[in-house]
Design a protein around this ligand. Structure first.
Ligand code: DC
Length: 235
C-alpha cells in the first residue's frame, strides 16, 4: 500500500486551524480530522456525567480505564472531504461540543494523560487508510512526529477573540467579547503548560501568522507549499 500523506496543523486556540485544515482537505480530496472535536466530545462526556478533571486524575488507573471505556467517540462522514460530524455514544454532539460550558473545561480535561493516550491511538488509525489533514495542538509533535507537512498557526489574541466572538454570536450563543478573550487566554495557558504533549511548535513546522490574512490568502499560502513539496493540488 502506498504511504499516505499526513498534513498536521497545530496552533493556539481560535487561530482558524479548522477553517484552514478543512479548506486544504477539501481542495486536495483528503480527509479532515478535527482532533479538538474529539477532546471537546470527551469534555462534554465529563460535563454530562458530572466528572471533574481534577477528581478523575486522582482515581486509580483501573477506575480511569473503566470510565473511559464508557466514552465512545466516533466521526461519521469521515471520508467526505472537509465534512464530518462527531458522535458521542451514538449521539451527534456536533453542536453541544461548541458550547461555552465545554470550552471552559476542555483544556483541563484534555490534560488527562489516560485520555490523551486513548485519543492518540484513535488519531493514528485515521491515517492508516487515507491521506489526511488533522488539526490540533500536538499533531506534529506527538501524534505524527513524521508528518509530511507541519503548519503551526499563530495570530494576535484580540483578532482571535473577535473571530470566535463573531462565530458564537452568529450561532446565537450569548457571551461577551471579554469572556471569549479570557477563555482563549486561559486555554492557551493550560494547553502550553500541561505536562503531557503541551502545545509547542515542532522544530520542522512552518509558522503561519494569519493575523491579517484572509481565508483565501492562508489557503493559498499552504497550497503553494504543498504544490512545491508534493506536486499536487496546484489550482
Ligand atoms: O481546537 P479546539 O479549540 O476545538 O480544541 C479544544 C481543546 O482541546 C483545546 O483547548 C485543547 C485541546 N486539544 C488538545 O489538547 N490536543 C489536540 N490535539 C486538540 C485539542
Amino acid at each position: 500500500m502506498q504511504k499516505k500523506i499526513i498534513i498536521a496543523v497545530d496552533g493556539y486556540s481560535s487561530c482558524g486551524k479548522s477553517t484552514l485544515a478543512r479548506d486544504v482537505a477539501q481542495r486536495l480530496g483528503f480527509s479532515y480530522i478535527d482532533s479538538g472535536a474529539m477532546y471537546r466530545a470527551a469534555a462534554y462526556f465529563f460535563l454530562k456525567n458530572k466528572i471533574k478533571a481534577s477528581g478523575f486524575i486522582n482515581k486509580p488507573e483501573n477506575e480511569q480505564t473503566d470510565i473511559l471505556a464508557h466514552m465512545e467517540i466516533e466521526f461519521q462522514n469521515i471520508n467526505a472531504p472537509g465534512k464530518h460530524d462527531i458522535f458521542l455514544n451514538g449521539v451527534n454532539v456536533e453542536k453541544e461540543i461548541r458550547s461555552p460550558e465545554v470550552s471552559d473545561i476542555v483544556s483541563a480535561v484534555s490534560a488527562i494523560p489516560a485520555l490523551r493516550k486513548k485519543m492518540v491511538v484513535m488519531q493514528r488509525k485515521f491515517a492508516e487508510e487515507k491521506n489526511i489533514v488533522m488539526d490540533g495542538r500536538d499533531i506534529g509533535t506527538t501524534v505524527f512526529p513524521n508528518a509530511d507537512l507541519k503548519i503551526f498557526m499563530i495570530a494576535d489574541l484580540d483578532v482571535r477573540a473577535k473571530r470566535r466572538y463573531d462565530e458564537l454570536a452568529s450561532k446565537g450563543i450569548e457571551i461577551t467579547f471579554e469572556e471569549v478573550k479570557q477563555n482563549i487566554r486561559a486555554r492557551d495557558y493550560t494547553d502550553t503548560t500541561r505536562e503531557i504533549s503541551p502545545l509547542v511548535k515542532a522544530d520542522d513546522a512552518i509558522v503561519l501568522d494569519n493575523t491579517s490574512l484572509t481565508r483565501e490568502e492562508q489557503l493559498d499560502f499552504v497550497l503553494k507549499i504543498i504544490a512545491e513539496k508534493f506536486g499536487i493540488g496546484n489550482q
